[in-house]
Design a protein around this ligand. Structure first.
Ligand code: GYE
Length: 303
């Protein structure tokens, strides 16, 4: 075999491509939709998919990638749970001539030869959009509490950064508390309960995903306040349950993050295995939703 793809063992004897996919977990509605998209797209593309769920633990993902290397799959795709600590295992894949595609989340490594391409959203941009809506729709001082995604994960780091960049132009908007809720509904609920006890007069919740925002809604209601009215809620993702809460007036604004990456991933995989050039970065197109736009979009929503 030669290099990443293109060798005579680059696909099975019958031409079938085998992909090892190391998923983050099943922490959110976004993740469930993403997994379904990957599995369905593999089937439609005739790609033999080996799938693993790391339960949000990097060590499990590393184990899965190692086992794909041992099994000599044709291509490895994965969504790195955190940004750092991948060089060793990706070097093992490289030495075995197995190309790697990053999907959904990026890694932080100097060595860009460790992967062929990165397919996913611009999370800084998502943070920018969340903050821009707050700037455009509020006047006067705003106390914001932030529910961060998984510590060390690209979407948590970048959604925080993007939000902070834009609110910097409004000194009366202040993040008064910020903690991780690990992208889960129960995490969002617990952290919000603590915020409600420790922080008086919260004006705004900025949650890095819908699930944590939905957990926060439960905590706000239990504290006798009205979500979406007494406290403004901004989230990211736009999964079904989030869009329903938005249409019902409990969330105020959602920045979309598209989980339906399966088809593009399979196309990239075929090209990479065939030794064709692929762009180093493929960015997902996405929008935003107000309450009115959520009502209009919901009937046709796939996930
Ligand atoms: O926003 C969140 C999920 O990596 C973009 O992970 C993904 C994020 C998504 O758990 O809901």
């Amino acid at each position: 075999a030669c290099g990443a793809g293109g060798g005579d063992d680059a696909a099975g004897d019958d031409g079938t491509i085998t992909m090892g996919f190391a998923q983050v977990g099943a922490e959110s509605g976004w993740r469930t939709a993403n997994t379904k998209s990957v599995q369905e797209a593999a089937k439609a593309a005739g790609i033999d998919l080996k799938f693993s769920d790391a339960q949000q633990k990097q060590e499990n993902q590393i184990k899965a990638i190692r086992s794909y290397v041992q099994q000599k799959v044709d291509v490895i795709a994965f969504s790195p749970v955190v940004e750092t600590g991948w060089d060793t295992v990706l070097l093992e894949a490289k030495r075995a001539n197995i190309p790697v595609i990053l999907t959904d989340r990026a890694i932080d490594s100097e060595d860009t030869s460790l992967y062929e391409t990165f397919l996913g959203s611009d999370f800084v941009e998502e943070g920018n959009k969340a903050a821009q809506w707050l700037l455009d729709n509020t006047t006067g001082a705003q106390k914001v509490v932030e529910l961060q995604g998984t510590t060390g994960a690209a979407p948590a780091i970048d959604r925080k950064k993007g939000f902070e960049e834009v609110i910097a132009s409004r000194p009366d908007i202040e993040i008064v508390a910020s903690q991780t809720g690990d992208f889960t509904r129960s995490g969002g609920k617990q952290v919000m309960e603590a915020f409600l006890r420790s922080t008086p007069d919260i004006d705004v919740v900025y949650a890095h995903n819908d699930d944590m925002g939905l957990g926060a809604i439960e905590a706000i209601r239990a504290a006798g306040k009205v979500p979406g009215k007494d406290i403004t809620i901004i989230t990211v993702d736009a999964v079904k349950a989030g869009m329903e809460a938005l249409a019902a007036g409990e969330i105020n604004f959602i920045v979309e993050c598209n989980p339906l990456l399966g088809e593009q991933l399979m196309d990239l995989a075929k090209k990479v295995v065939a030794g064709e050039e692929v762009p180093a970065r493929v960015v997902t197109e996405e929008g935003t939703f107000t309450q009115e736009q959520a009502k209009a979009a919901l009937p046709d929503r796939q996930y």
